[in-house]
Design a protein. Structure first.
Length: 89
């Protein structure tokens, strides 16, 4: 009986390991709107891509939507702008 249990445990472990290895990594993203309420810390739950989506989630509870300060006030990424007449590609 213990040999059968060991084989079952090994099979379950192999399947679990394979499923974890095949998963895609999570990507952190700062969405532009945050749901704020007394239950959340500052800036709140920042998982909303649109203001309408945030307001729909806030509807019916003591919550409000604000701009995500991490997304709204971050420094813009430096871009290499081409000047007019620049023909280098």
């Amino acid at each position: 009986m213990s040999r059968r249990m060991l084989a079952a445990f090994a099979a379950v472990t192999a399947v679990a390991g394979a499923s974890l290895a095949a998963g895609t990594p999570a990507q952190a993203r700062d969405y532009p709107y945050c749901l704020t309420s007394p239950g959340y810390g500052y800036p709140g739950d920042c998982n909303y891509a649109s203001y309408r989506q945030c307001r729909a989630s806030a509807s019916g509870r003591l919550a409000d939507c604000i701009l995500n300060p991490r997304a709204a006030f971050r420094e813009p990424r430096h871009r290499d702008y081409r000047t007019y007449g620049d023909t280098r590609w």
